[in-house]
Design a protein around this ligand. Structure first.
Ligand code: SF4
Ligand code: SF4
Length: 353
């Protein structure tokens, strides 16, 4: 199973100390089970330290299945020269209020313009909007809430539905799933809600290996993080501050990385206990930029990748869909190792220092 032994925890913490911690973000609201299974499989084989998934039992099961398959074939990966991390930490994301990571786009296709060129369909990075015989509109499990479709609709009919994940519900799953870590998504203005969530999470800390706090950037975010820090200190387990610069934008281009790096530098100056890990806009240019600024490991302990990580192996997963009607990527070794090689393009620069 994917549960964490003491030595695996040490390995994961060692990655944080070295500044080469790699986290795969499957998406706090992404629920496409075949993709989640295979993302977990491929990125475990590619050397990820942590797999971060939505608070959904079916999603957790799928991620665990992917990790388990990777564990079974890890010796093949090692023989092929991949440094796999056999037991990546399993992290579950929860939120303390409205948050773009925890929403789905929604619209009624009957209200669409009859002659619309469907820019919503072409802009969606998750291929979550389709108009065909099977589906008209948003495919719920594929949408991860990026919001790019919303401003592009000429008649403004795309709305979002948000979800708040109750911390107590999720933490009870510790009895049935080997969950290693919880990530709390918060943002300025949510302090009272964060306090309530923390009260719940705090009592479960002895059962967790790691806790992460994710907050999007604003010009006054350090004041908010100071309040959070005063509330939670001291934290008796390892803590990660996730500097979510430009959320869900890593697949757009190289310019998206600057904000999360600037944010990490600001957080470092605050001298908070804990590790600092980038997210929000991270992509294949991130590690090179971090090295050029000499930020690893002095300031940055790790990097999380979401949109970019999913996009990198999307073609491989499409190829799998086109040749079979199941999700077992491991039954097609050429495709599996092609996917691992693609994932490794993102993992390797961080791991080779
Ligand atoms: S563009 Fe983003 S918000 Fe809109 S449907 Fe696609 S994933 Fe969902
Ligand atoms: S852009 Fe708006 S009107 Fe056009 S297809 Fe999409 S949702 Fe319908």
């Amino acid at each position: 199973m994917a549960s964490l032994t003491k030595s695996n925890l040490l390995t994961a913490l060692d990655s944080l100390s070295r500044g080469n911690w790699f986290k795969l973000i499957c998406g706090a609201s992404y629920q496409h089970l075949p993709s989640i299974r295979n993302l977990a499989l491929v990125y475990t084989l590619a050397g990820a330290d942590c797999i971060d998934v939505a608070a959904d039992k079916a999603v957790i099961n799928s991620a665990l299945e992917g990790i388990k398959v990777a564990q079974k074939i890890s010796s093949e990966a090692i023989a092929l020269g991949y440094k796999t991390h056999k037991n990546p930490l399993l992290m579950i994301s929860i939120n303390d209020g409205e948050d773009p990571h925890f929403r789905k786009a929604i619209f009624n296709p009957n209200q669409c313009l009859t002659n619309c060129t469907r820019p919503c369909e072409s802009i969606c990075p998750a291929e979550a909007i389709t108009f065909n015989q099977i589906n008209q509109g948003v495919i719920e499990e594929l949408c991860y809430g990026c919001g790019r479709c919303i401003p592009i609709c000429p008649v403004d009919i795309i709305e979002t539905e948000s979800k708040i994940v109750p911390a107590a519900d999720v933490l009870q799953w510790l009895d049935i799933f080997p969950m290693d870590a919880i990530e709390i998504h918060t943002q300025e203005g949510h302090f009272e809600h964060f306090q309530a969530v923390w009260q719940t999470v705090k009592s479960y800390l002895p059962q967790l290996k790691l806790i992460a706090i994710s907050c999007p950037y604003t010009t006054t975010v350090t004041e908010y993080l100071t309040k959070i820090y005063q509330l939670i200190s001291p934290v008796e387990i390892p803590l990660i501050w996730q500097t979510d610069g430009r959320p869900m934008s890593g697949d757009i281009g190289d310019g998206t990385i600057h904000l999360t790096i600037k944010y990490a530098q600001q957080v470092k100056k605050m001298n908070l206990s804990g590790f600092i890990q980038l997210a929000g806009g991270t992509n294949e240019y991130t590690v090179q930029k971090l090295h050029s600024l000499h930020l690893i490991p002095e300031i940055v302990n790790g990097v999380a990748y979401g949109s970019k990580a999913r996009k990198l192996i999307a073609d491989t997963l499409h190829q799998l869909e086109s040749i079979c009607d199941h999700n077992q990527l491991e039954l097609y070794p050429d495709l599996l190792w092609q996917g691992v090689q693609q994932a490794r393009e993102l993992v390797k620069p961080l791991k080779v220092q």
